[in-house]
Write a protein that binds this ligand. Sequence first.
Ligand code: NAI
Length: 302
Amino acid sequence: FIRSLSSSAALHAAIKHVTIIGGGLMGAGIAQVAASTGHSVVLVDTSEDILKKSAKGIESSLKRVAKKKFAEKPEDGEAFIQKILKNISTSTDAASVVQGTDLVVEAIVENLKVKQDLFGALDKAAPEHTIFASNTSSLPIADIASSTARLDRFGGLHFFNPVPMMKLVEVIKAPGTSQQTFDSLLEFSKALGKHPVSCKDTPGFIVNRLLVPYMLEAVRLHERGHGSKEDIDVAMKLGAGYPMGPFELLDYVGLDTSKFIIDGWHEKDPDNPLFAPSPLLNKLVAEGKLGKKTGEGFYKHK
Ligand code: NAI
């Protein structure tokens, strides 16, 4: 008993109250999952209008879950939805809501300066024990954390889209992250019903570090005339068991997002051939063909 009490997990109270900053694609998904697993959640964005849209999105997503889960008893489904929605409140003023929070998860625009400004301000407003985490895909956690005086209580929680469906969370230990903070983030990920993996603060962590160069090599293979997009996609689905081929995945992720990630890595490590920019990808982005979201990328979408 004494030994278990002295473990860092026992000393560190479980994360119950979570503030999610950014109610877009990722933030709304994280809020939904945290609320569904019994956490009290405050979702923050820049305007009431955006927050209304986020709440609507969460509600429709929960309706889909309830429809499957309570196919026999729809009235139980409604109670299920209302119980989860009760765990979520919204705000446009991050500094005023972090007072009672155990964890801040940031999922705002992928811009270092904007993230640093946000965390710099929250550092002054949040209690001592509050842990800060970023959901960034491509920026070093240490660079974001540098705007705060809580490097030991700062780490990465990298979720995957769509958050309610995807089981993985990459938990990132930056050089300053304490073991206690890291353990709390691993525990929190498990409490969300996710499977955490431990990552170092390196470009792309694990998944994107492998996936982005792979997708770009698929583009180069096609540019060399060694395979059609369709054949490459079919090959990777049927031969490697991937649910999507690389061109389908690029269209799904967004060509602009993929370009942004590779450009950032290339700038920091220009000699690494795995991070070389792709002329075809750049051309499509310049033409506004960004993938599914604009109706056309490598493929045309309805
Ligand atoms: P998004 O554009 O859908 O949502 C971002 C939201 O943040 C918007 O609603 C915006 O109004 C809000 N926002 C911007 N600045 C803000 C501020 N200062 N305070 C409060 N709210 C602010 O973006 P998305 O896709 O959800 O990405 C968010 C973060 O998650 C980025 O860092 C991205 O790299 C990361 N990420 C994205 C994934 C994806 O598949 N889209 C996957 C994993 C991580």
